[in-house]
Design a protein around this ligand. Structure first.
Ligand code: EPU
Length: 417
């Protein structure tokens, strides 16, 4: 088991290059199952979730080859298996995309129940409702979701809540269906658009991705091609918040600045200076941060995946801030760890009140999930003394070369195995 060890109280300065988006990559890899031909995916982040999905599609019969660290060639023509039930599959959330992709290609799928970060109940009823509406039968036996359909026929599907996973999964199941599928109340995150762009580049007919109504006209086949994954908006936001929290000056490069609008406007509001270019944002701390109120919302609202990192940054602000978590029931579990460092945070249901403190102190922490782990890194960079973070495997699931990128910005961080 690895731990990160951080010597804190350091101002981070310099340039950082953002990797490809995790939540696009973990959908596009399963989406390649739909392609009978060779796909080349570029700008893949080198993270554990990508490695697990690559293994999963290989075990189904695909032939894959890394052309370099971030470029994967996939020939899914040879896939013969429609099941993925290995224990590693049930440890990740995104394995649910194998359901939509296998259903689309084989009209059958058997996939272990997805796991992933624990934020309270994370049902997949909207995915199942969508598959059923397309004509599939679904059973859950021994924690394995079993789906089959004689035919998949396009229809109108209204999502009861805005769900990233359900929107993408229904798109995957519908691209090769007969007729037109309409997803209403669809999620609009940049990775939804990225998955739709990938599928369209391979011959799908999807319009409306990025709005709340997506229309998918079924086609008989997808062909191969090249695709370059969008930059990771959450990794970018994490580094922007590192600059704000450590009184630093970081130029976050290789990003799409419009994807960061909800964060940039909040950072400006709390007193951070930002300079935006075509593909970068420079974040400069010049004055004590001021308190604010935040509510997490589906895109283009403030992302739940930046909530823990924002909370740590607000510990550096003057006054009391509040964050309401409106996406997940239980995404403040990590706060107990921050309290060990002297943080003054009160939780009342889904609302956190965060009182700015003069000093945080290094402590021995345990990452409770991926983004909470990133928040603990920020806290460790700010704190006086040494912080250790256990359960680094969570952080490795979604951040590429985190120590290397931070070290280049002046952090004193190393890994103990
Ligand atoms: N929901 C349902 N039923 C469903 C689907 C969702 O009740 O069938 C609820 C969820 O419980 C939640 C809300 O709807 O309260 C939104 O969930 P959503 O489906 O959008 O989340 P997800 O697909 O499980 C993805 C990301 C998460 C990110 C959320 C929200 C992936 C693999 N995961 O999860 O990313 O927090 O969208 O943006 O794309 C992360 O990267 O750290 C991460 C957790």
């Amino acid at each position: 088991m690895s731990k990160l060890c951080i010597q804190g109280d350091t101002r981070l300065v310099g340039d950082v290059k953002i990797s490809g988006a995790k939540n696009a990559a973990v959908a596009i890899l399963p989406a390649t199952i739909l392609v009978e031909g060779i796909t080349i995916i570029e700008n893949l982040p080198n993270i554990n979730d990508v490695a697990i999905l690559n293994e999963a599609i290989i075990s189904m019969g695909a032939v894959t080859k890394f052309l370099d660290l971030h470029t994967l060639e996939i020939d899914a023509t040879t896939i013969y298996k429609y099941s993925a039930t290995e224990p590693c599959i049930s440890k990740m959330r995104a394995s649910y995309y194998l359901l939509g992709a296998l259903l689309g290609r084989f009209k059958k799928a058997e996939v272990a129940m997805p796991g992933g970060c624990d934020f309270g109940g994370r049902p997949i009823d909207q995915h199942i409702k969508g598959f059923r509406a397309l004509g599939a039968n679904i059973e859950i036996e021994d924690n394995i979701i079993k789906i089959n359909a004689d035919r998949l026929i396009g229809t109108r599907i209204y999502l009861d809540m805005v769900s990233v996973g359900a929107t993408i999964n229904i798109m995957l199941a519908a691209v090769l269906a007969e007729g037109t599928t309409t997803i209403e109340n669809a999620a609009k995150e940049p990775h939804i658009v990225d998955v739709a762009n990938f599928l369209n580049k391979m011959g799908a007919k999807i319009i409306g991705a990025g709005t709340d109504v997506i229309r998918i006209k079924g086609v008989s086949k997808l062909h191969g091609g090249h695709y370059n994954i969008v930059p990771d908006q959450i990794e970018a936001g994490t580094f922007m918040l590192i600059a704000a929290a450590t009184k630093g000056d970081i130029c976050v490069r290789n990003i799409i600045p419009e994807h960061m609008d909800s964060l940039t406007s909040k950072l400006r509001e709390i007193g951070v200076t930002l300079i935006e270019g075509d593909d970068y944002i420079r974040v400069i701390w010049k004055q004590k941060l001021t308190a604010t109120q935040i509510i997490t919302l589906p895109y283009p609202g403030f992302p739940t995946d930046l909530q823990p990192q924002m909370l740590v940054s607000l510990l550096q602000a003057q006054g009391v801030s509040t964050i309401v978590e409106s996406i997940f029931d239980n995404r403040f579990q990590y706060v107990d760890e921050l309290r060990k460092m002297g943080a003054n945070i009160t939780i009342d249901g889904t609302k956190a009140s965060i009182e700015g403190v003069d000093t945080l102190y290094g402590a021995n922490l345990v990452a409770t999930d991926l983004r909470a782990g990133a928040a603990m890194i920020i806290a460790g960079l700010v704190a006086k003394g040494t912080t250790t973070i256990d359960n680094v495997r969570y952080i490795d699931r979604g951040y590429e070369d985190i120590e290397k990128k931070l070290t280049a910005l002046g952090a004193q961080i190393f890994r103990i195995d």
